[in-house]
Ligand binder design. Structure first.
Ligand SMILES: Nc1ncnc2c1ncn2[C@@H]1O[C@H](COP(=O)(O)OP(=O)(O)OP(=O)(O)O)[C@@H](O)[C@H]1O
Length: 359
């Protein structure tokens, strides 16, 4: 459905265009029909620029891109016919009624008047906007407006839909609601045409990419730095975090000893101790050992058995599943959160049930 090779975009900037911004630096991307792919990356990573090239809004500086079977430079009209695009801003005109806005969009895509009306009503129904059919776009709420934007992108039943930050600015409830609708529209399209709809979206929301997308393409500084399912990325690049707190031990540095034992257990990657060194662990300080391990749930019982056999008292133990932020950190040494990405709730970090053992 999409194939790019060495896709590149430079922008000339400055008063005399003397400086160059290398917004996209040679992206190779393959998307198969029916895939739901999230492009994730910090501010300025090149996500929107990539989408704008794929949707023929801007020309690549170099490289190639074929979208829905057509070259974006040689056959932009053919590409536009086959794709839907929901940009970052609200696309609908504010003074128009919702149904008219949608029907006009259908006309732009070459539908006759009756078909355009019918399609507008179908979409308003599917996106639960029928109540607001004759309401002016400017009077819709943010969530309703974003759903109308999605409807605008789908009016001509494209087989490929691009969504640029579809849920930015929506509250968690409206985001979940938008996603329900997008996924339902995708199922409806499959039922109606027998063809799976391909969706490519950009997002800042780590948890959204994690839970919604079947595949995550991580972009940084205009390049793809990782491309896989969220599960694989997390397992391969970040690993689980196993955190144990030890009973405060005087004269015996249990954490140092447990670090040695931890290294011998299969699946070990790295360990960090707090306090980080030396035997001088005070009376009330609870030393902590944090281990990165491949399968935390399998690793932890073995670590606890090893501690027990060595007489090291463990007070608490937890396994934390990694997030996509951990993946980004492992890849770049930077946190995506600090770079402007976000989660909607603190609960986005999936923490597995904890185990406790007596000291
Ligand atoms: N028209 C333009 N002229 C000059 N520079 C541009 C232009 N459009 C984008 N850029 C620059 O290209 C780089 C990539 O921008 P882009 O909008 O693609 O990033 P992004 O990953 O979508 O970021 P965000 O998440 O903030 O939307 C940025 O440094 C940006 O400032």
């Amino acid at each position: 459905m999409i194939r790019t090779r060495a896709l590149t975009k430079d922008f000339a900037v400055g008063r005399d265009a003397s400086a160059t911004v290398h917004a996209v630096r040679g992206i190779d991307l393959d998307v198969a029909p029916g895939e739901l792919v999230a492009v994730l990356g910090p501010n300025g990573a090149g996500k929107t620029t990539t989408l704008r090239m794929l949707t023929t809004l801007i020309r690549p500086t170099s490289g190639t891109a074929t979208v829905a079977g057509h070259d974006v430079v040689a056959e932009p009209d053919a590409v536009r016919h086959r794709i839907g695009y929901v940009g970052q801003g609200n696309g609908a005109g504010h003074a128009q009624r919702a149904v008219d806005e949608l029907a006009s969009q259908g006309r732009i895509h070459g539908l006759d008047r009756r078909t355009a009306r019918r399609r507008a009503d179908e979409l308003l129904d599917s996106l639960e906007l029928a109540t607001y059919r004759t309401r002016k776009v400017s009077d819709l709420s943010g969530g309703q407006r974003r759903r109308l934007d999605v409807a605008m992108g789908l009016v001509h039943a494209p087989s490929l839909l691009f969504l640029d930050e579809p849920s930015t600015g929506l509250d968690p409830h409206n985001r979940a609601n938008l996603w329900d609708h997008v996924l339902r529209m995708r199922d409806d399209a499959l039922a109606a045409t027998g063809e799976p709809m391909t969706i490519v979206l950009t997002t800042h929301y780590l948890d959204e990419a994690d839970t919604m997308a079947e595949r995550v393409v991580v972009v940084d500084h205009g390049q793809v730095i990782a491309d896989d399912t969220a599960e694989n990325l997390k397992a391969d690049l970040a690993g689980d975090r196993v955190v144990v707190t030890l009973a405060p031990a005087r004269g015996h540095d249990g954490a140092a000893r447990l670090t040695e034992l931890a290294r011998r257990i299969e699946g070990f990657r790295e360990a960090t101790r707090t306090p980080d060194d030396g035997p001088a662990v005070g009376h009330d300080a609870a030393p902590t050992l944090e281990v990165r391990a491949e399968r935390g749930d399998a690793y932890l019982p073995r670590l606890l058995r090893a501690a027990d056999a060595d007489g090291i008292g463990v007070e608490t133990a937890q396994v934390h599943r990694p997030t996509l932020d951990d993946v980004f950190l492992a890849l770049t040494g930077r946190s995506l959160r600090e770079a402007g990405a976000a989660t909607t709730t603190d609960a986005a970090e999936d923490t597995r049930p904890t185990e406790r053992t007596a000291a």
